[in-house]
Write a protein that binds this ligand. Sequence first.
Ligand SMILES: Cc1ncc(COP(=O)(O)O)c(C=O)c1O
Length: 392
Amino acid sequence: MNFIPYGRQHIDRNDIDAVVGVLNTEYLTTGPMVTAFEEAIEAYCGARYVIAVSSGTAALHLASLALLKSGDKVLTTPNSFLATANAIVYAGATPVFVDIASDGNIDLDLCEQYLQEHDDIKAIYGVHFSGNPLHQAKLQSLRERYDIVILEDCAHSIGASNGGITAGSCTNSECSVFSFHPVKHLTTGEGGAVTTNSEELYQKLLLLRNHGIQRDGALWVNRTMAYDRKGNSNPWYYEMQELGFNYRITDIQCALGVTQLQKLPLFLKKRRHIAQVYDTAFKETPLIVPLYDFCEDSAYHLYVVTIAFSKLRITKAELFLKMREKNIGLQLHYIPINKQPYYTQRGYGNEDTPVMDAYYATALSLPIYYDLSHHEQSYVIETLLAIVNENS
Ligand SMILES: Cc1ncc(COP(=O)(O)O)c(C=O)c1O
């Protein structure tokens, strides 16, 4: 059996042709494919504005600069990739780590308790962990009752929905962010996007993506000729309005993004099917429990199980190594961010997060991706069950 990773991209002929096609055009960056990709995401998610950028981390950074100011306190989850919390720090704000609920998402009821007890919380940064979106009715209710900004990290959840609300539509948030890293549902190599329904945020994000340089029609007539504010022709002219960055994404990447997005319904269908097959396989095995009951609205970026290692004669590390010997790559999403040295050195790490702690001791992610064959998945299941049974 060839090595089976926990996740990987699917690239076909039509993706390759689209990328090669761009190489034969004038625009390798800041051209029509960027707009086409943004419009395709806009149509898919239903948000009014989309800004495609060079990574999910760049998307989080820009969104945080647009939403937060130095000293703001932000409730966030320990159960995410580092970038979610780091983006809060990039903006000079302070993450406050809140425990998770049993589905791996930030516990929104605990967030409400924080909001009741502290009047200086500016925002909630939640992650649609594993592709299972945050509870939208709860977000709506929090927004109605508290003066709070919401960011949804949808890096795992493109194509997911909750209560009929599509991930990334920003129905109950100021901004959503996506990542298009190869392990995600669709890839641009590296890449990301911010979606929002606010024109003001959109304009700010556009500036920040490109060094804070103003690029409106009044100033820019074509790619080489510009005018100053008095209408004088100054071919070299541009204005820096903000301290921005180069977080642009290329047309080469966006061409791939467009063809990948067209395949998203297929990708989702396959991932949900894989999740159902795992669910069925573990039904009679009380030692291996899926993180949540099958959720047809989850995008299933990850398939997470919890295993009762305290009842086994094998540790989690030993299980990882045994599976690796059988050519199966497991992964763990995630080491609690607040327990990372960078954060513990700054006073974090002792938060009251019993659910996250129990989760970390028991959870692991099994392979799930479009090209995982039925045969390969059966091999993963049989191998896992055999190791667990031998050690129980
Ligand atoms: C939940 C979450 N947020 C943000 C990111 C950052 O995205 P990127 O790797 O594209 O910078 C990731 C990527 O792993 C992620 O899983």
